[in-house]
Design a protein around this ligand. Sequence first.
Ligand code: GUN
Length: 298
Amino acid sequence: MAEVIDGKKVAGDVLGKVKALTADLGAKGITPGLAVVIVGEDPASQVYVASKSRTAKECGFHSVQHTLPAETGQDELLKLIAELNADPAIHGILVQLPLPPQIDAGTVIQAIAPEKDVDGFHFINVGKLGTGELATAFVPCTPAGSMLLIERVRGKDLSGLNAVVIGRSNIVGKPMANLLLAANCTVTVAHSRTRDLPALARTADILVAAVGRPEMVRGDWVKPGATVIDVGINRIPAPEKGEGKTRLVGDVAYAEAERAAGAITPVPGGVGPMTIAMLMANTVTSAFLATGLERPSF
Ligand code: GUN
Protein backbone atom coordinates (compact mmCIF):
# COMPACT_ATOMS: atom_id res chain seq x y z
CA MET A 1 0.00 0.00 0.00
CA ALA A 2 1.35 3.37 -1.01
CA GLU A 3 1.87 6.41 1.19
CA VAL A 4 -0.96 8.83 0.38
CA ILE A 5 0.52 12.29 -0.19
CA ASP A 6 -1.73 14.74 1.65
CA GLY A 7 -1.90 17.84 -0.57
CA LYS A 8 -4.34 19.56 1.77
CA LYS A 9 -1.87 19.29 4.62
CA VAL A 10 1.12 20.54 2.59
CA ALA A 11 -1.01 23.37 1.11
CA GLY A 12 -2.03 24.29 4.67
CA ASP A 13 1.67 24.47 5.64
CA VAL A 14 2.39 26.74 2.65
CA LEU A 15 -0.58 29.01 3.47
CA GLY A 16 0.54 29.19 7.11
CA LYS A 17 3.93 30.44 5.92
CA VAL A 18 2.27 32.92 3.52
CA LYS A 19 0.19 34.33 6.40
CA ALA A 20 3.27 34.71 8.62
CA LEU A 21 5.18 36.47 5.81
CA THR A 22 2.16 38.73 5.18
CA ALA A 23 2.20 39.69 8.87
CA ASP A 24 5.94 40.52 8.56
CA LEU A 25 5.16 42.82 5.61
CA GLY A 26 2.22 44.33 7.52
CA ALA A 27 4.64 45.44 10.22
CA LYS A 28 6.37 47.48 7.48
CA GLY A 29 3.06 48.92 6.27
CA ILE A 30 2.86 46.72 3.16
CA THR A 31 -0.02 44.48 2.10
CA PRO A 32 0.46 41.95 -0.74
CA GLY A 33 -2.00 42.72 -3.54
CA LEU A 34 -3.42 40.14 -5.98
CA ALA A 35 -5.60 41.06 -8.97
CA VAL A 36 -7.53 38.22 -10.59
CA VAL A 37 -9.11 38.91 -13.98
CA ILE A 38 -11.82 36.75 -15.54
CA VAL A 39 -13.47 37.32 -18.91
CA GLY A 40 -16.81 35.60 -19.54
CA GLU A 41 -18.96 33.16 -17.64
CA ASP A 42 -17.27 29.75 -17.94
CA PRO A 43 -18.62 28.03 -14.78
CA ALA A 44 -15.43 26.09 -13.96
CA SER A 45 -13.31 29.26 -14.33
CA GLN A 46 -15.71 31.16 -12.06
CA VAL A 47 -15.33 28.52 -9.34
CA TYR A 48 -11.51 28.63 -9.60
CA VAL A 49 -11.38 32.43 -9.58
CA ALA A 50 -13.74 32.76 -6.60
CA SER A 51 -11.55 30.31 -4.71
CA LYS A 52 -8.36 32.25 -5.58
CA SER A 53 -9.91 35.57 -4.46
CA ARG A 54 -11.24 34.02 -1.23
CA THR A 55 -7.90 32.42 -0.31
CA ALA A 56 -6.11 35.72 -1.01
CA LYS A 57 -8.41 37.45 1.51
CA GLU A 58 -7.82 34.66 4.05
CA CYS A 59 -4.07 35.26 3.69
CA GLY A 60 -4.56 38.92 4.55
CA PHE A 61 -3.94 40.15 1.01
CA HIS A 62 -5.48 43.10 -0.77
CA SER A 63 -7.59 41.01 -3.16
CA VAL A 64 -9.31 42.48 -6.21
CA GLN A 65 -11.32 40.62 -8.82
CA HIS A 66 -12.15 42.08 -12.23
CA THR A 67 -15.04 40.26 -13.86
CA LEU A 68 -15.40 41.35 -17.50
CA PRO A 69 -18.22 40.43 -19.89
CA ALA A 70 -17.62 37.65 -22.46
CA GLU A 71 -17.67 40.17 -25.35
CA THR A 72 -14.83 42.29 -23.89
CA GLY A 73 -12.34 43.33 -26.60
CA GLN A 74 -8.61 42.63 -26.42
CA ASP A 75 -7.71 46.34 -26.24
CA GLU A 76 -9.95 46.82 -23.23
CA LEU A 77 -8.30 43.90 -21.43
CA LEU A 78 -4.82 45.19 -22.33
CA LYS A 79 -5.78 48.61 -20.92
CA LEU A 80 -6.80 46.99 -17.61
CA ILE A 81 -3.50 45.07 -17.48
CA ALA A 82 -1.54 48.28 -18.11
CA GLU A 83 -3.36 49.90 -15.16
CA LEU A 84 -2.63 46.91 -12.90
CA ASN A 85 1.03 46.88 -14.03
CA ALA A 86 1.30 50.52 -12.93
CA ASP A 87 -0.58 50.09 -9.63
CA PRO A 88 1.89 49.84 -6.71
CA ALA A 89 -0.78 48.18 -4.50
CA ILE A 90 -0.86 45.18 -6.87
CA HIS A 91 2.00 42.65 -6.68
CA GLY A 92 0.41 39.79 -8.62
CA ILE A 93 -1.78 39.73 -11.75
CA LEU A 94 -3.57 36.59 -12.88
CA VAL A 95 -5.71 36.44 -16.01
CA GLN A 96 -7.80 33.26 -15.85
CA LEU A 97 -7.52 31.04 -18.93
CA PRO A 98 -9.11 30.15 -21.28
CA LEU A 99 -10.06 33.54 -22.77
CA PRO A 100 -12.88 34.09 -25.30
CA PRO A 101 -11.92 33.63 -29.00
CA GLN A 102 -11.68 37.36 -29.84
CA ILE A 103 -8.78 37.70 -27.38
CA ASP A 104 -5.30 36.30 -28.07
CA ALA A 105 -4.13 34.73 -24.79
CA GLY A 106 -0.46 34.98 -25.79
CA THR A 107 -0.65 38.74 -26.35
CA VAL A 108 -2.40 39.22 -23.01
CA ILE A 109 0.06 37.08 -21.03
CA GLN A 110 3.07 38.90 -22.52
CA ALA A 111 1.49 42.25 -21.54
CA ILE A 112 1.68 41.37 -17.83
CA ALA A 113 4.77 42.86 -16.15
CA PRO A 114 7.11 39.87 -15.57
CA GLU A 115 7.66 40.90 -11.93
CA LYS A 116 3.88 40.66 -11.36
CA ASP A 117 3.41 37.47 -13.41
CA VAL A 118 2.50 35.18 -10.50
CA ASP A 119 1.26 32.53 -12.96
CA GLY A 120 4.80 32.27 -14.36
CA PHE A 121 3.56 32.31 -17.97
CA HIS A 122 5.52 35.33 -19.28
CA PHE A 123 8.45 34.51 -21.62
CA ILE A 124 10.86 36.07 -19.08
CA ASN A 125 9.75 33.66 -16.36
CA VAL A 126 9.53 30.70 -18.75
CA GLY A 127 13.09 31.51 -19.89
CA LYS A 128 14.40 31.80 -16.34
CA LEU A 129 12.93 28.40 -15.45
CA GLY A 130 14.31 26.90 -18.66
CA THR A 131 17.81 28.17 -17.93
CA GLY A 132 17.72 27.13 -14.27
CA GLU A 133 17.44 30.72 -12.92
CA LEU A 134 15.05 29.50 -10.27
CA ALA A 135 16.22 32.01 -7.69
CA THR A 136 14.53 34.86 -9.59
CA ALA A 137 11.78 33.12 -11.61
CA PHE A 138 8.08 32.87 -10.97
CA VAL A 139 7.24 29.21 -11.56
CA PRO A 140 3.72 28.16 -12.69
CA CYS A 141 1.67 27.21 -9.64
CA THR A 142 0.60 23.64 -10.42
CA PRO A 143 4.09 22.30 -11.23
CA ALA A 144 5.62 24.31 -8.37
CA GLY A 145 3.09 22.73 -5.99
CA SER A 146 3.68 19.26 -7.45
CA MET A 147 7.41 19.72 -6.86
CA LEU A 148 6.84 20.52 -3.18
CA LEU A 149 4.85 17.27 -2.86
CA ILE A 150 7.66 15.32 -4.55
CA GLU A 151 10.19 16.92 -2.16
CA ARG A 152 8.16 15.77 0.84
CA VAL A 153 8.64 12.16 -0.30
CA ARG A 154 12.04 12.23 -2.02
CA GLY A 155 13.88 15.27 -0.66
CA LYS A 156 15.18 18.21 -2.72
CA ASP A 157 17.91 16.43 -4.67
CA LEU A 158 16.50 13.88 -7.10
CA SER A 159 19.88 12.79 -8.51
CA GLY A 160 19.80 9.39 -10.19
CA LEU A 161 16.02 9.20 -10.44
CA ASN A 162 14.12 8.76 -13.71
CA ALA A 163 11.11 11.04 -14.12
CA VAL A 164 8.43 10.66 -16.77
CA VAL A 165 6.02 13.56 -17.31
CA ILE A 166 2.94 12.64 -19.34
CA GLY A 167 1.66 15.83 -21.00
CA ARG A 168 3.49 18.69 -22.70
CA SER A 169 1.34 21.74 -21.92
CA ASN A 170 2.90 25.13 -21.22
CA ILE A 171 0.98 25.34 -17.93
CA VAL A 172 2.04 21.98 -16.45
CA GLY A 173 4.03 19.48 -18.53
CA LYS A 174 6.89 21.65 -19.81
CA PRO A 175 7.50 23.62 -16.57
CA MET A 176 7.24 20.36 -14.57
CA ALA A 177 9.93 18.79 -16.77
CA ASN A 178 12.19 21.81 -16.24
CA LEU A 179 11.74 21.71 -12.46
CA LEU A 180 12.58 17.99 -12.34
CA LEU A 181 15.62 18.61 -14.52
CA ALA A 182 16.76 21.42 -12.21
CA ALA A 183 16.48 18.90 -9.33
CA ASN A 184 18.84 16.52 -11.23
CA CYS A 185 16.28 13.98 -12.47
CA THR A 186 16.66 12.27 -15.80
CA VAL A 187 13.49 13.52 -17.46
CA THR A 188 11.36 12.21 -20.32
CA VAL A 189 8.30 14.12 -21.54
CA ALA A 190 5.64 11.86 -23.05
CA HIS A 191 2.57 12.92 -25.02
CA SER A 192 -0.15 11.65 -27.33
CA ARG A 193 2.38 10.67 -30.04
CA THR A 194 4.65 8.73 -27.69
CA ARG A 195 5.16 5.07 -28.65
CA ASP A 196 4.49 2.40 -25.98
CA LEU A 197 3.62 4.82 -23.20
CA PRO A 198 2.97 2.05 -20.62
CA ALA A 199 6.52 0.70 -21.05
CA LEU A 200 8.00 4.21 -20.79
CA ALA A 201 5.91 5.00 -17.69
CA ARG A 202 7.24 1.82 -16.04
CA THR A 203 10.78 3.27 -16.16
CA ALA A 204 9.71 6.18 -13.94
CA ASP A 205 10.77 6.57 -10.31
CA ILE A 206 8.68 9.75 -10.44
CA LEU A 207 5.61 9.62 -12.68
CA VAL A 208 3.64 12.83 -13.30
CA ALA A 209 0.33 12.56 -15.18
CA ALA A 210 -1.01 15.80 -16.65
CA VAL A 211 -3.08 14.91 -19.68
CA GLY A 212 -6.71 15.50 -18.68
CA ARG A 213 -7.88 11.97 -19.54
CA PRO A 214 -9.74 10.21 -16.74
CA GLU A 215 -7.87 7.22 -15.27
CA MET A 216 -5.64 6.81 -18.32
CA VAL A 217 -2.60 5.67 -16.32
CA ARG A 218 -3.26 2.09 -15.24
CA GLY A 219 -1.79 0.17 -12.32
CA ASP A 220 0.56 -1.88 -14.52
CA TRP A 221 2.15 1.35 -15.85
CA VAL A 222 3.54 2.09 -12.38
CA LYS A 223 7.02 0.89 -11.38
CA PRO A 224 6.94 -0.68 -7.89
CA GLY A 225 7.81 2.00 -5.33
CA ALA A 226 7.36 4.94 -7.74
CA THR A 227 6.16 8.37 -6.62
CA VAL A 228 2.99 9.09 -8.60
CA ILE A 229 1.77 12.68 -8.99
CA ASP A 230 -1.71 12.97 -10.51
CA VAL A 231 -2.39 16.46 -11.86
CA GLY A 232 -5.67 15.53 -13.58
CA ILE A 233 -9.06 16.72 -12.33
CA ASN A 234 -11.77 15.07 -14.42
CA ARG A 235 -15.48 14.95 -13.69
CA ILE A 236 -17.08 11.67 -14.81
CA PRO A 237 -20.60 10.22 -14.50
CA ALA A 238 -21.19 8.28 -11.27
CA PRO A 239 -24.48 6.40 -11.76
CA GLU A 240 -23.69 4.36 -8.59
CA LYS A 241 -24.29 7.60 -6.61
CA GLY A 242 -27.67 8.16 -8.24
CA GLU A 243 -29.02 9.38 -11.56
CA GLY A 244 -27.17 12.38 -13.01
CA LYS A 245 -24.48 12.29 -10.26
CA THR A 246 -20.79 12.78 -11.02
CA ARG A 247 -17.45 12.30 -9.26
CA LEU A 248 -13.91 13.62 -9.64
CA VAL A 249 -11.12 11.34 -10.80
CA GLY A 250 -7.54 12.00 -11.80
CA ASP A 251 -5.52 10.93 -14.83
CA VAL A 252 -4.39 7.89 -12.82
CA ALA A 253 -6.54 4.83 -12.01
CA TYR A 254 -5.95 5.35 -8.30
CA ALA A 255 -7.15 2.03 -6.86
CA GLU A 256 -4.84 0.11 -9.24
CA ALA A 257 -1.86 2.46 -9.07
CA GLU A 258 -1.68 2.70 -5.28
CA ARG A 259 -0.98 -1.05 -5.08
CA ALA A 260 2.30 -0.56 -6.94
CA ALA A 261 3.29 3.01 -6.01
CA GLY A 262 5.50 3.94 -3.07
CA ALA A 263 3.62 7.23 -2.71
CA ILE A 264 0.68 8.71 -4.62
CA THR A 265 -1.44 11.86 -4.65
CA PRO A 266 -5.22 11.38 -4.36
CA VAL A 267 -7.83 13.27 -6.41
CA PRO A 268 -9.26 15.37 -4.90
CA GLY A 269 -6.90 16.42 -2.09
CA GLY A 270 -3.55 16.00 -3.81
CA VAL A 271 -2.16 18.49 -6.33
CA GLY A 272 -5.39 20.57 -6.46
CA PRO A 273 -5.01 22.40 -3.14
CA MET A 274 -1.33 23.08 -3.93
CA THR A 275 -2.12 25.19 -7.00
CA ILE A 276 -3.89 27.95 -5.08
CA ALA A 277 -1.40 27.78 -2.21
CA MET A 278 1.49 28.37 -4.64
CA LEU A 279 -0.35 31.32 -6.20
CA MET A 280 -0.43 32.89 -2.74
CA ALA A 281 3.25 31.98 -2.24
CA ASN A 282 4.16 33.65 -5.55
CA THR A 283 2.16 36.78 -4.65
CA VAL A 284 3.73 37.26 -1.21
CA THR A 285 7.13 36.59 -2.84
CA SER A 286 6.43 39.34 -5.38
CA ALA A 287 5.54 41.74 -2.54
CA PHE A 288 8.82 40.87 -0.76
CA LEU A 289 10.84 41.51 -3.93
CA ALA A 290 8.99 44.78 -4.68
CA THR A 291 9.91 45.93 -1.16
CA GLY A 292 13.60 45.12 -1.69
CA LEU A 293 13.51 42.20 0.77
CA GLU A 294 15.17 38.82 0.32
CA ARG A 295 13.05 36.27 -1.50
CA PRO A 296 11.35 33.83 0.92
CA SER A 297 11.62 30.10 0.22
CA PHE A 298 8.80 27.55 0.30
N1 GUN B 1 -6.68 27.98 -16.19
C1 GUN B 1 -6.40 26.71 -15.79
N2 GUN B 1 -5.28 26.70 -15.02
C2 GUN B 1 -4.86 27.98 -14.95
C3 GUN B 1 -3.76 28.59 -14.27
O1 GUN B 1 -2.93 27.96 -13.62
N3 GUN B 1 -3.66 29.94 -14.43
C4 GUN B 1 -4.55 30.65 -15.15
N4 GUN B 1 -4.36 31.96 -15.25
N5 GUN B 1 -5.58 30.11 -15.78
C5 GUN B 1 -5.73 28.77 -15.67
